[in-house]
Design a protein around this ligand. Structure first.
Ligand SMILES: C[S@@+](CC[C@H](N)C(=O)[O-])C[C@H]1O[C@@H](n2cnc3c(N)ncnc32)[C@H](O)[C@@H]1O
Length: 431
């Protein structure tokens, strides 16, 4: 397929996403099934066009003066590739699969715009109802932070120190442009892909099959390191899901001590069994029934709550999710977070810690949750997060992170170059 056909396909996929309000991955998969002639290069390029349009929906709509799928795909393509309408027109001319050429009205709209004067709201590319939340979270930096949440993400890996070293994995993945992560001690990064390509499928490499590394955003690795699981500890990962944090904790614990991996949804836990085996984790017990946790009450050194959240910190990777997010979903997640925090407090032993994590940047799900929990549970207090950061990541400047007014640490694409994450450590008093 040439550029014209790919643009037309991206418009078709975006129409499907918008009219049926469905996830981009599902629409892309269905398009692939009904266009089996399209090769992997075409699919990657079309995926990039679709995700690009979703990441910069408002900016593209501002450029074209309308928000049809065509305007969003062509507009975001122009924004990513230097705004040359003539070059675009020339490159799709004579391609019978291309969308209709840029009209005079469209051209007039685009050429009348000066990208340097794009309104802040269009640069932010976030749903209107979320703007106050983003502004509250980032203060004067809200536009820069929002723009960074629209960038293409890198591919991050966590080296599994139970089986390998960063040096060995870097060597094994040398041809893929792998480099050491800037902050996470065992992190490896393959930078974001520009243009048409996509990241390699590293899950098919012998190094992955042998359990040398996991795919995990660097922010997720950092919060797992901050939680501080150590050899010999008794740990509960209360929202374990597929086990990303469980595996990271197990490696930190060098297989000594015990991690109980629980999730309210047993289906979400399913992948953990294979992952634990591949990674060589021998101190993980998967618990799928809440009743079995009763005996742990008051005994755990560390309880990890990687809470269900809006995922607003992952908008780089799931730009479609940000447009589907609703106030009702935010309210539901906030109620769940408060209930989970209050519920797990009893598992922490006196002198133990509770680590609260979200992949959201909204203070309502982060610092405000922590403050609410502390007011309802006076036996807990907030750890000194600046000291914690210095202890775990002495080489990474403290200026890079946000320690919010309500306590805790927020990571973000603009500051730490990671997905957006929130972390708070709560210490339970000894009496
Ligand atoms: C952010 S995901 C966890 C991701 C996982 N920790 C990882 O690192 O791969 C949140 C998880 O919380 C689980 N969850 C939601 N409500 C829960 C509850 N009341 N109790 C325990 N787990 C819950 C969800 O099923 C989901 O798997």
């Amino acid at each position: 397929m040439r550029l014209g056909g790919r643009l037309a396909a991206a418009i078709e996929v975006l129409e499907d996403i918008e009219t049926r309000n469905r996830p981009a991955a599902d629409a892309m998969r269905d398009w692939g099934l009904s266009h089996r002639f399209a090769g992997s290069g075409d699919r990657a390029a079309i995926g990039n066009l679709v995700y690009g349009a979703l990441r910069r929906k408002d900016a593209a709509a501002w450029l074209f003066g309308e928000s049809s799928p065509r305007a969003l795909v062509l507009g975001s393509y122009l924004l990513e590739n230097g705004l040359n309408v003539d070059a675009l027109t020339a490159s799709i001319a004579g391609d019978s699969f291309a969308p209709p050429p840029v009209t005079e009205a469209e051209r007039a709209n685009v050429t009348s715009k000066n990208v340097g004067e794009m309104p802040e709201i269009a640069r932010a590319n976030a749903p209107d109802w979320c703007l106050p939340l983003v502004q509250q979270a980032f203060g004067d930096d809200w536009v820069r932070e929002s723009e960074a949440l629209c960038e293409r993400p890198p591919l991050d890996l966590r080296v599994n120190t139970l089986k390998s070293t960063r040096g060995k994995v870097l060597e094994a993945l040398e041809t893929h442009g792998a480099e050491a992560a800037r902050i996470a001690h065992h992190g490896i990064r393959i930078p974001a892909i520009n243009g048409n390509g996509r990241h390699p499928n590293l899950q098919s490499t012998p190094a992955f099959q042998d359990g040398w590394f996991e795919v995990q955003d660097e922010g997720s690795q950092i919060v797992a390191e901050l939680a501080g699981a150590a050899p010999g500890m008794q740990v509960l990962d209360f929202c374990a899901g597929a086990g990303g944090k469980t595996l990271a904790c197990s490696a930190r614990m060098q297989n000594q001590g015990q991690i109980f991996a629980f999730d309210a949804d047993p289906q979400r836990l399913q992948p953990i069994h294979d992952r634990v085996q591949r990674a060589g984790c021998r101190n993980v017990q998967v618990v799928s029934q809440a009743a079995r946790l009763a005996e742990l009450e008051g005994h755990l050194d560390l309880v990890l709550v990687d809470a269900p959240c809006t995922g607003s910190g992952t908008w780089r990777r799931r730009p479609d999710a940000k447009w589907r997010l609703t106030q009702l979903q935010l309210d539901t997640r906030m109620a769940e977070q408060a209930a989970i925090l209050d519920d797990v407090a009893r598992y922490v032993k006196p002198g133990g810690t509770l680590a609260y994590i979200t992949c959201s940047v909204f203070d309502q799900e982060n610092g405000e949750q922590v403050q609410g929990f502390l007011s309802r549970n006076p036996g807990f207090r907030l750890a000194d997060h600046a000291a914690l950061w210095q202890d775990r990541f002495p080489a990474a400047s403290l200026n890079k992170i946000r320690t919010g007014a309500n306590g805790g640490i927020t990571l973000s694409p603009a500051t730490t170059g990671t997905d957006g994450f929130f972390f708070a450590l709560l210490e339970k008093s000894v009496d």
